[in-house]
Design a protein around this ligand. Structure first.
Ligand code: AHG
Ligand code: MN
Ligand code: MN
Length: 336
């Protein structure tokens, strides 16, 4: 069978690098390390049922959540790959309470924040999970990175993306020049360009929200969801409900076919007054991608996600993200 020629992700990254004559190749190097980490995690996820890595690791993380074995595996894989690579000066991971330092003498010019495995609750039931990453240029002059190098607004990201371990493994990322999707051909071990220049439909017919929290939402959120369920042919309502419980999977579907995802404020858990999702390694990277694809991301409190200044590594933020016209409508409801 003569395989399609196919543009590999490495070819795509090099073509992208050529657009920046001043490039040193460090971002290319960093992305290549992330690609190898993604392939390694994909191999493990795809045989999770066989290896003894299903189930819980027996400990909880800074978020107070039970850590799955695959969370640990993914986290360790990424940290080991990136530690001495020389392209980064500091890391932040959902699974590590504090900033992760790099070995002395290896500090580079970027920082990375990542969710090593998003959608962990779905691992044991064979539902898509993913890795999310966000890259900034360091702000401190040199030496070991500081927390301030990680606490930067999403608008200043240099690159952001995710790897989704689903029916196929896909890498979707942007370096500010559009959003591009690559599908892993496991028999060759390469990611091939399968979704060039992804654009999210302006308006959609799908909404993603955990309706189990209905009673804990503010009144305006309930009104918006009721609006989506009303019958109105002209605006394509009622919308269809699609909620997977893996942010990466819900986001990816909405990016491809259109949709709006909401994890709004709720008063269910007083310890989480700002919603469940984390700004640095969930909301901000996906907000960067959706904007590059023509969509929007807001917090429902009057802020674009990309403008929120982080004050701590694991801060949570309400997230309303997806098709531009749908987010515009949601914004009006949530503003009351
Ligand atoms: P993680 O597995 O990295 O902790 O993230 C899980 C998040 C996100 O993937 C998903 O959208 C959300 O949790 C689902 O939360 P609920 O189960 O409360 O709906
Ligand atoms: Mn997550
Ligand atoms: Mn996670």
């Amino acid at each position: 069978m003569n395989r399609p020629l196919g543009i590999t992700v490495h070819r795509h990254i090099m073509d992208d690098q050529r657009l920046h004559p001043e490039a040193t190749g460090d971002l290319t190097g960093l992305l290549n390390e992330l690609i190898v980490a993604g392939k390694t995690i994909s191999a493990e996820v795809n045989m999770a049922g066989l290896a003894d890595i299903l189930g819980q690791s027996g400990h909880t993380n800074i978020q107070g959540e039970t850590v799955q074995k695959l969370d640990d595996y993914a986290n360790t894989t990424i940290k080991r790959r990136l530690a001495g690579c020389g392209y980064i000066c500091a890391m932040a991971s959902e699974e590590d309470a504090d900033m992760i330092e790099v070995p002395a003498g290896t500090a580079g010019k970027y920082t990375i924040a990542f969710d090593p495995l998003d959608g962990s609750s779905n691992i044991d039931v064979n539902v898509s999970v993913g890795t999310i990453f966000s890259v900034h240029r360091r702000r401190s002059a040199s030496g070991m990175g500081e927390e301030a190098d990680l606490l930067q607004i999403g608008r200043d990201q240099v690159a952001a993306g995710y790897i989704i371990y689903g029916s196929s493994t896909m890498l979707v990322f942007s370096t500010g020049n559009g959003v591009h999707g690559f599908t892993l051909d496991p028999s060759v071990g390469e990611f091939f360009l399968s979704h060039p220049n992804i654009r999210i439909p302006e308006r959609s017919r799908y909404f993603s929200i955990n309706e189990g929290n209905y009673r804990y939402w503010p009144e305006n959120t309930r009104r918006y969801v009721e609006y989506l369920k009303d019958k109105d042919k002209e605006s394509g309502r009622p919308y269809s409900a699609r909620y997977i419980g893996s942010l990466v999977a819900d986001f990816h579907r909405n990016l491809i076919v259109g949709g709006i995802f909401l994890y709004p404020l709720d008063n269910k858990n007083p310890a989480k007054p700002s919603g469940k999702l984390r700004l640095l390694y969930e909301a901000a990277p996906l907000a960067f991608l959706v904007k590059q694809a023509g969509g929007r991301a807001i917090d429902g409190e009057g802020h674009d996600i990309l403008d929120i200044v982080p004050t701590e590594l694991h801060q949570r933020v309400p997230l309303i993200i997806g098709s531009r016209q749908d987010v515009d409508t949601a914004e009006k409801f949530l503003a009351g």
